[in-house]
Design a protein around this ligand. Structure first.
Ligand code: FAQ
Length: 333
């Protein structure tokens, strides 16, 4: 894939292929067609920009809200090593949020605007973070299933047509891969432990399996954004394709763990060369999206409180930046 950082203005004959559309639009279409990249200074259709801001900001919010279910366990992790690993992971999620907010800012969205929308409850974030984490095994399930689903969904996004998004995803995926392995390892250790530990691990997977499948979004025939996103090469695979790929990845890993995936209808289909899955409870998904999941209210309230408690940090950082710029102006004059 080539990376485009094409200069303006466009070549004069760029609209020659289709007189109905502008030279700018022709260049945009050509870049998409050539699997090249759209960069912030390139012309882009307004709907492409809006859809990217929509997806990237939701993704950023997910990373930030996604810190909460795990930070819940930092003080209670069963050993110093586990605590250090968990702290590093939660910090990584904050970093992912920052790369993604920055990518959305290159499209004209403001950080304040995105934050305001989140704390006002007007912005979406992933359904998965509205479930509670009552046991230590949930740290294993979040890593194995939630980060596993995130990787499956996000590796193709490394090739997203919008340059800053794709590049942010490359680093994020490397870190998610470590996260997924640490979750797998927590579950493996529990499954090799006592009867009570094995029970805790299985119970946790029972609770997280179906919500993890919902992370990929509604079924393809009920996914209003997919067709256009795929035409623009933001998304490369449909929601159902990625969900299917994820289950195919989980089955052998569950066998190594000795864990049962809680779907009695899950079975290999020789004809389709895929797993047949049981019915996903889409009513639950829509309830969570409407704000009625087990932890929606708590997650948003915690985010609001953290934003208010962090006001002095933002003020101090702004004052420091102001002083630094005054100082450099004085040196320059
Ligand atoms: N939750 O037409 P589609 C992570 C919404 S990061 C909430 O299919 P699209 C790391 C969707 O926005 C997890 N809303 O939409 C981590 C749309 O609403 P809108 C986040 C959902 O965009 C691990 C409507 O339903 N990852 O886990 C969900 O084509 C551990 C119709 O849906 C990303 O955001 C959902 N599950 O496909 C952090 C990846 N699904 O906007 C901490 C990037 C759908 O029209 C700890 N995003 N909706 O109002 C994507 O790949 C896509 O946006 C999809 C949805 C696949 C999520």
């Amino acid at each position: 894939m080539t990376t485009h950082a094409g200069p303006y203005p466009l070549a004069p004959d760029a609209s020659a292929e289709n007189p109905e559309i502008s030279a700018d639009e022709q260049q945009f279409n050509d870049l998409i067609e050539a699997d090249s990249r759209i960069e912030p200074r390139d012309w882009m259709p307004e709907d492409y920009r809006k859809s990217l801001v929509r997806q990237i900001s939701q993704h950023a919010h997910s990373e930030i809200i996604g810190m909460q279910p795990e930070s819940n366990w930092i003080t209670r992790a069963p050993s110093l090593k586990r605590k250090a690993i968990l702290m590093a992971k939660v910090q990584d999620e904050a970093g992912h949020g920052l790369y993604l907010y920055s990518a959305a800012q290159t499209l004209g969205a403001t950080r304040d605007g995105m934050t305001e929308a989140l704390i006002a409850g007007k912005a979406r974030y992933s359904s998965i973070f509205n479930y509670p984490t009552p046991t230590w095994a949930d740290m294993g399930s979040v890593g194995w299933l939630v980060d596993g689903a995130a990787i499956c969904n996000q590796v193709p996004l490394c090739r997203a047509s919008y340059g800053p998004y794709g590049r942010a995803m490359v680093r994020i995926c490397k870190e998610e891969s470590f996260h997924q392995r640490q979750g797998f390892e927590i579950l493996l250790e529990l499954m090799q432990g006592t009867e009570a530990q094995r029970h805790m691990a299985q119970d946790s997977v029972n609770r997280w399996y179906w919500p993890a499948l919902m992370m990929f979004g509604p079924p393809d025939d009920d996914s209003p954004n997919s067709a256009q996103s795929m035409a623009w090469k933001i998304k490369r695979f449909s929601n159902d394709e990625l969900r299917q790929r994820f289950v195919g990845m989980l089955v052998p890993q569950a066998a190594v763990l000795g864990i049962t995936l809680p779907d009695p209808d899950l079975k290999w289909n020789d004809e389709t060369q895929k797993y047949d899955l049981g019915e996903i409870d889409w009513t639950e998904f829509h309830e969570v999206l409407s704000g009625r999941g087990a932890s929606n209210a708590q997650r948003l309230q915690r985010r609001r409180d953290a934003h208010a408690e962090g006001a002095w940090v933002r003020e101090a950082a702004a004052a420091y930046a102001r002083k630094q710029s005054e100082r450099s102006e004085m040196v320059a004059s």
